[in-house]
Design a protein around this ligand. Sequence first.
Ligand SMILES: *[C@@H]1O[C@H](CO)[C@@H](O)[C@H](O)[C@H]1NC(C)=O
Ligand SMILES: *[C@@H]1O[C@H](CO)[C@@H](O)[C@H](O)[C@H]1NC(C)=O
Ligand SMILES: *[C@@H]1O[C@H](CO)[C@@H](O)[C@H](O)[C@H]1NC(C)=O
Ligand SMILES: *[C@@H]1O[C@H](CO)[C@@H](O)[C@H](O)[C@H]1NC(C)=O
Ligand SMILES: *[C@@H]1O[C@H](CO)[C@@H](O)[C@H](O)[C@H]1NC(C)=O
Ligand SMILES: *[C@@H]1O[C@H](CO)[C@@H](O)[C@H](O)[C@H]1NC(C)=O
Ligand SMILES: *[C@@H]1O[C@H](CO)[C@@H](O)[C@H](O)[C@H]1NC(C)=O
Ligand SMILES: *[C@@H]1O[C@H](CO)[C@@H](O)[C@H](O)[C@H]1NC(C)=O
Ligand SMILES: *[C@@H]1O[C@H](CO)[C@@H](O)[C@H](O)[C@H]1NC(C)=O
Ligand SMILES: *[C@@H]1O[C@H](CO)[C@@H](O)[C@H](O)[C@H]1NC(C)=O
Ligand SMILES: *[C@@H]1O[C@H](CO)[C@@H](O)[C@H](O)[C@H]1NC(C)=O
Length: 391
Amino acid sequence: MLLRSPCLLALLVALLPAVTAQSLTTALQQQNLTAFNALVTAYPDLFAGLTNTTILAPSDAAFSAAQQIVGANASNVDIPSLLVYHQLVGAASLKSLSMAQAGNGEVVQTNLKNASEVNMGGVSNVVSVPSAVTLKQQGLGASTGQTSQQVTITGGLGAGANITTGDIAWDGGLLQVLDKVLDLPDVCSKTLAANKVTTFVQYLSRATNLTPNGTNPVAYYDTLTSLTCFVPDDTAFAAQAPIYNAMNTQEISENIGLHVFAGVFYGPETPSGSILVPVWGNGTRGFVFQSNSSGMFIGNSQLIRSDWALSNGVIHVLNKPLNESDSIAITNSTVVFAGVGGPSNGSAPTTSAGPSTSQTAGSSGALGRQTIFASGMAVLAAVAGSILALI
Ligand SMILES: *[C@@H]1O[C@H](CO)[C@@H](O)[C@H](O)[C@H]1NC(C)=O
Ligand SMILES: *[C@@H]1O[C@H](CO)[C@@H](O)[C@H](O)[C@H]1NC(C)=O
Ligand SMILES: *[C@@H]1O[C@H](CO)[C@@H](O)[C@H](O)[C@H]1NC(C)=O
Ligand SMILES: *[C@@H]1O[C@H](CO)[C@@H](O)[C@H](O)[C@H]1NC(C)=O
Ligand SMILES: *[C@@H]1O[C@H](CO)[C@@H](O)[C@H](O)[C@H]1NC(C)=O
Ligand SMILES: *[C@@H]1O[C@H](CO)[C@@H](O)[C@H](O)[C@H]1NC(C)=O
Ligand SMILES: *[C@@H]1O[C@H](CO)[C@@H](O)[C@H](O)[C@H]1NC(C)=O
Ligand SMILES: *[C@@H]1O[C@H](CO)[C@@H](O)[C@H](O)[C@H]1NC(C)=O
Ligand SMILES: *[C@@H]1O[C@H](CO)[C@@H](O)[C@H](O)[C@H]1NC(C)=O
Ligand SMILES: *[C@@H]1O[C@H](CO)[C@@H](O)[C@H](O)[C@H]1NC(C)=O
Ligand SMILES: *[C@@H]1O[C@H](CO)[C@@H](O)[C@H](O)[C@H]1NC(C)=O
């Protein structure tokens, strides 16, 4: 008798349609996702009426690790934003994500678009699925082309999480279980610092011709609405240190200004062969972006990390600085790729002495995320505390 019930149960389960819907709470309970379920219960409004939504649910172990990392700073964690950032628009199945990973990756819109958190002109923040090529360059060696492959998701601060259990159907879409809590997207300087990429920001701070009235370029670009930075890594700059360290303000502004673009250019959404126009050069020079089976490229540089979501745009990391000699001249008839919120013609509205006057420096307080959600954090702390107590 004891043996027969599970068999019967298995048979019944097999006979049910594959996409049997269940409430999110039921799905979370069945997966033992206690911490995430407690947050869903604490913030019902954020989960009410969702349709065709993929929920990324960090495991209890992921929450307990996050709690240990934030520690005394837990009261600064913006729980509502964190929860909507873990909601993807559409049905992101393991199969579609792993196919994207085998290609040049994918970016997926989230429900995080609150203007007080996201400085992208009304567009949502994204998570990205890095390509197998860039994962390999990080030594992560993801296998490709198999539905059983490890799927990795990159959130804010360039930090990733793996899907450990996936494609669980619930009333409003799919549920994917993560082994880490995603970080919220933040500004460029913080994101680079978190990844120990330091040289670019040092040079940017000297590029005062890139900003109006000599304002601090680092703060200026951290608060600008919708930008893309192609950031050479420290090794790439070290190889050119004699050249860069000898530059005056005008030269450093020109060379760093070639790496900063108005508009958000996600790698997988930029067609191969597109021409992108940097803020330096008032729309007269552009770089060709290419993607193929070897990866993604701009000018003569390769994207060795791609699509790190920022609160105001995106960062790609390059293996070599961009060089003006690799750019092409833009004419009135050149078709320029605008990305999200970028200039849509050959006249990027910039001057040789500074970026566009039509760009607006963000005033939305995207610098830092200091909103305190004490009640939310109390829930998380209580949940994490009880998990820690169990261990
Ligand atoms: C949830 O926990 C129960 C009890 O420990 C266990 O039997 C079950 O296999 C777990 N379910 C999952 C999906 O991990
Ligand atoms: C906590 O916040 C302080 C001030 O913002 C920061 O210096 C410190 O690194 C943070 N600690 C952790 C563990 O994040
Ligand atoms: C659900 O999202 C997918 C994209 O992930 C889209 O193709 C599909 O049309 C959406 N379905 C509905 C009913 O909105
Ligand atoms: C947007 O964020 C602010 C501050 O973080 C919060 O007060 C407000 O309720 C949020 N609005 C929505 C629609 O989530
Ligand atoms: C994800 O999986 C890869 C390959 O198994 C591993 O190298 C990496 O550390 C994992 N990342 C996280 C955040 O768990
Ligand atoms: C820069 O100068 C202009 C004109 O003098 C002024 O309108 C603008 O507010 C200044 N901007 C900053 C950031 O100081
Ligand atoms: C991909 O494009 C880059 C840059 O143009 C080029 O160097 C590389 O050879 C191309 N690879 C393939 C497989 O076409
Ligand atoms: C750009 O390339 C030219 C020609 O190869 C070289 O002379 C110059 O030093 C390079 N500039 C930088 C900033 O690396
Ligand atoms: C390009 O456009 C500008 C402004 O519309 C115009 O003054 C200029 O003559 C045009 N140049 C060419 C080569 O068509
Ligand atoms: C290109 O678009 C910008 C606004 O995005 C506009 O100011 C400029 O006049 C346009 N230039 C041409 C040549 O159409
Ligand atoms: C664009 O920059 C060039 C020099 O780089 C300068 O000669 C030209 O006047 C500038 N044009 C505009 C419209 O600012």
